[in-house]
Design a protein around this ligand. Structure first.
Ligand code: MN
Ligand code: MN
Length: 277
């Protein structure tokens, strides 16, 4: 059951309306990282979350707050767009909202594209959904930050600062909810990944670039048990364990033909050994 309270979650003041900025704000109303998307994503995830009533409550708490954010953003946009109805020059900043929408807020992004459920990430797997939500909050935060960069209106900045702050609060809550599941971080779903292959970091971009880029290494190629595989694997379409084995065999043949080959990683040698037996 939903209940509406005739108050905004945060008081909205605009001293100097700016229709072009109001148009930009639509990104957080009907855009991909906007408040409606957040409200729908968390609420629908919550309705589907029947096996974990505690985290279902979290999803519904935050989903409901996002709907209140939508109302706040909508109020802020309407204050910025108020000149659209009467001022021709202002109307030209957003003809779609002026002519089709009568100057009110609509479920469009800043370029007039309609909101779509395709924005939502809902997998029905709680830990996977929580990761999507953490990322969604991070995106919403950065969009608010960019909006703040493009206005000087103190009241507008104040409201956007509030909304931006709440996204970090939500990020904390989703992160805590994910951590408290105490699932190993790479244990996703039921099926185990293929051993050996799962630890191979393919060095798929090689050579020296025009801007001085070289072959770089970092924790991404060696953390969590991974190692670099210098690869000739990039020529084919798609990789399967069968393809990996086949190409490993080609590397061996390459050596016999004294064709230059890349270093074969230890794990691959093991794989070839298994094949040979
Ligand atoms: Mn929000
Ligand atoms: Mn949020």
């Amino acid at each position: 059951m939903y209940h509406h309270v005739k108050k905004l979650m945060y008081t909205v003041n605009v001293e100097t309306p700016d229709v072009r900025f109001g148009n930009m704000l639509l990104e957080q109303f009907g855009g991909a990282n906007g408040e409606l998307a957040a409200a729908m994503q968390y609420t629908i995830q919550g309705w589907n979350c029947v096996d974990d009533l505690a985290r279902r409550d979290l999803l519904l708490d935050i989903g409901t707050e996002e709907l209140s954010h939508l109302e706040v953003v909508g109020a802020l946009i309407r204050l910025h767009l108020k000149d659209l109805k009467t001022n021709r020059e202002a109307a030209e900043a957003d003809p779609l909202v002026t002519i089709a929408g009568g100057g009110g807020v609509a479920l469009l992004n800043s370029r007039g594209n309609p909101w779509t459920a395709d924005y939502l990430k809902i997998t029905g797997e709680l830990d996977v959904d929580l990761r999507s939500n953490i990322a969604a909050e991070a995106r919403a935060k950065i969009v608010y930050e960019r909006l703040i960069d493009h206005t000087d209106d103190p009241g507008t900045i104040d409201t956007l600062q509030f909304l931006m702050t709440r996204e970090i609060t939500h990020m904390k809550a989703f992160a805590a909810a994910l951590e408290s599941i105490e699932k190993p971080p790479f244990s996703i779903g039921r099926l185990a990944p293929t051993p050996v292959l799962v630890d191979e970091y393919f060095n798929g971009s090689t050579g020296d670039g025009d801007e001085g880029e070289t072959d770089m290494r970092g924790p991404w190629s060696k953390a969590y048990g991974m190692h670099v595989v210098e690869s000739q694997l990039t020529g084919g379409a798609g990789l399967s364990i069968g393809k990996v084995r086949g190409l490993a065999g080609q590397e061996e043949r390459g050596k016999q033909d004294s064709t230059p080959t890349t270093t074969t990683a230890p794990a691959r040698e093991e794989l070839i050994g298994v094949e040979g037996r």
